[in-house]
Ligand binder design. Sequence first.
Ligand code: CP
Ligand code: NVA
Length: 318
Amino acid sequence: MTTATSNATAFGELSVPDLLCTSALTREDLDRIFATAAALKAGREDHTTNLQHKRLAMIFEKDSLRTRFTFEIGMQDLGGSATFMDHRDARLGSRESVKDMAKNLERWAHGIVARTFKHKVLEELAANAGIPVINGLSDFVHPCQALADFFTLTERWDDLEGRTLTFIGDGNNTCHALIHTAVKLGVHIRICSPEGYEPNARVVNEAMRTASETGSEVTILNDPEAAADGCDAIYTDVWASMGQEDEIEERNGIFADYQVDAALMQRAHPDAAFMHCLPAHRGWEVAQEVMDGPQSVVYDIAENRLHVQKAVMVLLMQ
Ligand code: CP
Ligand code: NVA
């Protein structure tokens, strides 16, 4: 966490010192991130020196393709550098305390991106580091993903408010981030999971309170067809997340009726987008024809991870 001195840039600043969870962001923060990402993506100005001489420390307890590449390339684009530490062989805190790690990193770097199992580890890093900490995915939430997801929708829809996004699958980290973000943006969100795999009740209750202020609706259901009916986008994610490898076989059985296939897509609005954070398991949570079909925006989202995270870094680290 940085002290609230100044993150001000030509793009403005965020109301928070770290990005741990999109639930902590205001509507203005979200609009600012999207506007900054759009400007960076359009290349309207030269942004190759915005983070000149700034260093990003990246520590990952789990695998990654998109998050790792987009943060590293993003720092290069902005004139800074990123150093990656593969921490897959041990949890953070096992060699030295998370606090000491934070106190060291703040002496060398200007920001930290961490991918962890426990969300509390990210909170501990943020509480002890005097530099911004960005959540590159925890078991609880995946905020950078949700920012790229909704930024992608801003490119398709003139107005997000009143649109309906349906998430079909496990009530996991990606799902939580989508719920947190949708309600801030006035997007209606339906979550459809098998019984026992619904999103965290506290996330849902908090989202319902926010939704009552922003006009969005949060609906939790178990029937994929009802969930898909007339919606503007269908989203899915893996049935077993990283760390749940032992449950894959069991989950493949439990989630078998929750595959997003062409028949399910047909229940949605004809222009509905198909969304997935990736990596995807074709033939499991998504049918091949949907993944590669004309409604799929999965690679647009992957591209936008870069632009959105560059925006976040500029707004937090400049
Ligand atoms: N969507 C996403 O975060 O991808 P990676 O796990 O490859 O980073
Ligand atoms: N829910 C998935 C997301 C991967 C980007 C996982 O945590 O493995």
